[in-house]
Design a protein around this ligand. Sequence first.
Ligand code: ZN
Ligand code: ZN
Length: 184
Amino acid sequence: MESTARDPLYSCRNCRNPLALGNDLAKSGQAYMFLHAMNIVLGPKQEKKLITGLFSIAEIYCSKCGEELGWKYVQAYDLKNSASVPPLYSCRNCLNPLALGDDLVSTKFKAKSGQAYMFHHAMNVVLGPKYDKHLLTGLHTIADIYCSKCGNELGWKYVQTYDLKQRYKEGKFVLEKLKMIQQY
Ligand SMILES: [Zn+2]
Ligand SMILES: [Zn+2]
């Protein structure tokens, strides 16, 4: 990963909060698509009809000023069972809802604090800047995740993996079990 000074840094027009790196730009058009955005808050997922079809998306807000900035693609297909399956996973500190039971991918992750869960999507979380980290399964580019309400560190998001076997983790969220409570 290399970032040169020539790469533009995209910041919030409102408050100058840095949002995305030029070398994360994947596609540009009316809206820019990035591999990763930082200092943003992710909203809950929702179904939205876009020109290219029906998508599951989540709105993105600036973590500093709250300005609505765009959206994140969660899933690129029709969610027929979007009625959420319990439990709901919330922040243990402040009860901010973080993830839905039907977004749970795996409960077999390990964090410093112990067991961690992997989800397709997490809401009401702030994404930090990405960085490279050697995990048990090799080198990954990840971003830390914080609660949008109390600021507690909750886990991380996999931004990029470098091993084909790890690819399924990309774009997914790992939340530490100890930091959450399950609400039924
Ligand atoms: Zn802002
Ligand atoms: Zn919280």
